[in-house]
Design a protein around this ligand. Structure first.
Ligand code: S3P
Length: 169
């Protein structure tokens, strides 16, 4: 079984994915990390040098390769499900889980870090409208997990209970 974590930047997809994988003896793949490794370049430099459209092509190609994943937690970049029919592709790879995080918490989580689409000094209005434009697509996930005020351990426990993960020892 594969579990795929989707959600906005700063929702905790990578952190929760790594935790879930180690707790349940599963593999972990983060599409952003995969793209960086395959291209020997940071995501921010891919955006800067080649633009978003090129990044989305690399992202979609990375997702295509995940059809071979087994017993894996997959964390995908926040915008992935908006392009190239990726949501459908991900649904065919595993159970898609939306980490539904309130926008105020997102602001807190991403402030001070650099993200190509929101820059260094996050523009709250721009970030919020990007979030809102994606919400209806995120909600098409197989499972929606509300992460507000929950610890990483609690979110992971909620997910394993809902999907009934059986550790593969
Ligand atoms: C993006 C989110 C980022 C990364 C890229 C674009 C987005 O990943 O893929 O900067 O469009 O929301 P995280 O969601 O892991 O920050």
């Amino acid at each position: 079984m594969n579990l795929i974590l989707i959600g906005f930047m700063g929702a905790g997809k990578t952190t929760i994915g790594k935790y879930l994988a180690s707790e349940n003896h599963m593999n972990f793949i983060d599409t952003d990390e995969l793209i960086e490794q395959n291209n020997s370049m940071l995501i921010k430099d891919i955006f800067k040098n080649y633009g978003e459209e090129y990044f989305r092509k690399l992202e979609s190609e990375a997702i295509d390769k995940l059809v071979y994943a087994e017993n894996t937690i997959i964390s995908v970049g926040g915008g992935a499900v908006m392009f190239h029919n990726n949501m459908e592709k991900l649904r065919n790879i595993g159970c898609v889980i939306f980490l539904n995080t309130p926008i105020e918490q997102i602001f807190n989580n991403i402030k001070g870090s650099f993200r190509p689409l929101v820059g260094h000094s996050m523009d709250k209005e721009k970030t919020k409208s990007l979030y809102e434009s994606r919400l209806s697509t995120y909600m098409k996930a197989d499972i929606v997990v509300n992460t507000d005020n929950l610890s990483i351990a609690e979110i992971s426990k909620t997910i394993t209970e809902i999907v009934g993960v059986k550790p593969n020892l």
